[in-house]
Design a binder for this molecule. Structure first.
Ligand SMILES: Nc1ncnc2c1ncn2[C@@H]1O[C@H](COP(=O)(O)OP(=O)(O)OP(=O)(O)O)[C@@H](O)[C@H]1O
Ligand SMILES: [Mg+2]
Length: 234
């Protein structure tokens, strides 16, 4: 059984459908990357999975349970966390306070989990009393990921975690994604840097104009001529 199974997903805004029957699955333990041109509907797909955009048709099944129509608060409690592309930290709160906010629905003590996050992201430990809004883009992305991980999700959704980062920070963030995955968290990620995203992913989906175009292993997509032409500059 897949951890996440999306089938026949139709969703959009106002009178317009953006997604026209999209299918996608994440197996337990996988990193899955969604790539596609601007406006293809990648973020809409992720928001629909997380209950932020209403599903008009189709089904979303998570850990065997139909979660179609549930809201984000209910979905979080089932073990899925979402890191949006923008505005994903509380800028006026410190790193430590951001992580506490992440843990707000956690039962009992969260200190141990916070220590784990400081071990995963040592820079956040050094800067735990710094206001998140004063940190670099790459560091803020780590705060956002750590905050999501405070809830011990089974599945982490990341919308363009490297957008706007310098190549060095982008590489570091993707290394962290791999490390998070190795600690047992499955990941569904959107990545505008298709080459780097697919390189760390078990499987990938190419989305164009709200429809599935291709899906395959990350390695096969990297070697695919059409993908190369569309996204990899060659
Ligand atoms: N809140 C909204 N209201 C109306 N239309 C929207 C809204 N958000 C997105 N859209 C439209 O839906 C389409 C798909 O947008 P979406 O953000 O899902 O694409 P994307 O693949 O994530 O693109 P990008 O690579 O630029 O992030 C676009 O035409 C966009 O203008
Ligand atoms: Mg997007």
């Amino acid at each position: 059984m897949a951890l996440l199974e999306v089938s026949g997903l139709r969703a959009g805004y106002a009178e317009v459908d953006i997604l026209h029957g999209v299918q996608l699955a994440v197996e337990q333990g996988e990193i899955v990357c969604v790539v596609g041109p601007n406006g293809a509907g990648k973020s809409t797909l992720m928001k629909a999975v997380f209950g932020l955009v209403p599903v008009r048709e189709g089904r979303i099944v998570f850990q065997g349970e139909d979660i179609t129509g549930l809201g984000p608060a209910q979905i979080v409690r089932r073990g899925m966390c979402y890191v949006p592309q923008n505005n994903n930290v509380f800028p006026s709160l410190t790193v430590e306070e951001n992580l506490e906010m992440g843990a707000f629905i956690r039962q009992g003590d969260f200190r141990q989990k916070m220590e784990e996050m400081f071990e995963l992201f040592p820079v956040l430990k050094e800067r735990r009393r710094q206001k998140a809004g004063t940190m670099s883009g790459g560091q803020q992305q780590m705060v956002a990921m750590a905050r999501a991980l405070m809830l011990d999700p089974k599945l982490l959704l990341l919308d363009e975690p490297t957008a706007g980062l310098s190549p060095k920070f982008a590489e570091l963030v993707l290394e962290k994604v791999v490390e998070i995955n190795q600690r047992g968290v499955s990941v569904l990620m959107i990545e505008q840097n298709a080459r780097a995203g697919l390189a760390i992913s078990h499987r990938g989906y190419v989305l164009t104009m709200g429809r599935n175009r291709l899906d395959d292993t990350g390695q096969n997509l990297l070697a695919n001529e059409e993908v190369g032409r569309l996204f990899l500059g060659g």
